[in-house]
Design a protein around this ligand. Structure first.
Ligand code: ZN
Length: 169
């Protein structure tokens, strides 16, 4: 079976779909499974080749991961401004406690409304959480609900939950 090209599918390739399985073929012919950072680094160094099996309805498809950059961005190994909506800079964050949050005052998390004056958008909460951890020490909850509101063309306001003790400024 001749593998197809993942690069040809561009951003539509289901890099992070639950049903996509990765196979790594090492220089010595060993085959392993997984899609961790180490696998990416070996593939980028030319020490192995990555393939993805994408189970179709009637048959499985085999793809060669020939755009490692796209793969790394999809998996969050490399930051992707386009996917996440987040530039790699220090965000201008305005926040206030969310008056509609339903957390009890004893909850370790507090609901906050966040507006980004720098013009970024939060499309990927995990990426935003990692940046805020680094920039302000915030522990943003990445499981559970979050949302945004705003008019088209206007700034969006995001409802997030942040660990109370980490909200220092
Ligand atoms: Zn920003």
């Amino acid at each position: 079976m001749e593998p197809r090209s993942a690069a040809e599918s561009g951003k539509d390739f289901p890099y992070t779909a639950r049903t996509t399985c990765y196979i790594e073929v090492h220089e010595d012919g060993t085959v392993t499974h997984g899609d961790d950072r180490a696998a990416y680094e070996r593939a980028a160094a030319g020490e192995s080749r990555l393939f993805a099996v994408w189970p179709g309805e009637w048959s499985s498809h085999l793809f060669v991961i020939d755009d490692l950059d796209e793969y790394a961005k999809a998996h969050g190994i490399k930051h992707d401004v386009e996917r996440t909506g987040l530039k790699e800079h220090v965000h201008e964050v305005r926040w206030e406690p969310n008056p509609y949050a339903t957390d009890s005052p004893r909850s370790p998390y507090i609901g906050v409304s966040v507006t980004l004056d720098c013009g970024c958008e939060i499309n990927d909460l995990r990426a935003f959480a990692a940046q805020m951890k680094e920039q302000r020490g915030w522990n943003v909850a990445t499981s559970g609900g979050w949302g945004s509101s705003g008019r088209p063309g206007g700034k969006r306001t995001y409802s997030l939950r942040v660990r109370r003790k980490s909200l220092t400024d």
